[in-house]
Design a protein around this ligand. Structure first.
Ligand code: HEM
Length: 149
């Protein structure tokens, strides 16, 4: 048994959960930034401030955290491939995580659009979209901790 399969597995899992928390924090914050940004008039100094904040949170927190969540998650599967046949929970979890990664990509595209004063400039829509990570997190954590099937 090598280090990754044995003692190292819990360290990899710790790193995984740490970057999950950073990624989720960013996925909760960025739609709210875009909701507030939608209230600022295009080209205004306030809009410029939100552009800087959105670019920074995406570049410094969200994208690195998503990447490292995937790296440590896949490292655990590589270390214990039997997890893939330990029930449907991991497959459904990965499907939800792919959806969450798609949502991340959608947000990144919107940040680019807001930079050129386009994009979905509707506060109500952003407040609704902000609920997506909440539902995903509840389902994913129950799947991976309870492993119901
Ligand atoms: C990005 C792709 C992901 C992959 C490949 C992945 C894979 C895994 C694997 C293989 C485990 C170990 C399961 C075990 O030992 O029983 C795990 C643990 C965990 N994952 Fe993920 N995961 C991913 C994303 C996420 C996300 C987005 C969340 C939360 C929103 C999450 C939350 C957790 C938690 C809380 C644990 C610890 C469960 C426990 O020890 O009981 N994972 N993950």
């Amino acid at each position: 048994m090598n280090w990754l399969e044995g003692e190292g597995f819990v360290w990899i899992k710790s790193a995984h959960v740490i970057f999950v928390i950073f990624w989720m924090a960013g996925l909760f914050m960025l739609p709210r930034y875009l909701a507030y940004h939608s209230e600022a008039s295009a080209g205004s100094p306030e809009s410029g401030t939100w552009k800087a904040r959105e670019g920074r949170i995406l570049r410094v927190i969200l994208t690195p955290a998503m990447g490292l969540t995937w790296v440590f998650g896949l490292a655990m599967i590589a270390a214990r491939p039997e997890l893939l046949s330990s029930g449907g929970w991991l497959h459904v979890k990965l499907a939800l995580v792919l959806l969450l990664s798609g949502f991340h990509g959608f947000l990144a595209a919107q940040v680019r659009r807001f930079r050129s004063d386009t994009g979905i400039r509707n506060t109500r829509i952003w407040r609704m979209l902000n609920e997506i990570p909440s539902f995903a997190v509840i389902a994913i954590v129950v799947l991976v901790v309870v492993k119901p099937f």
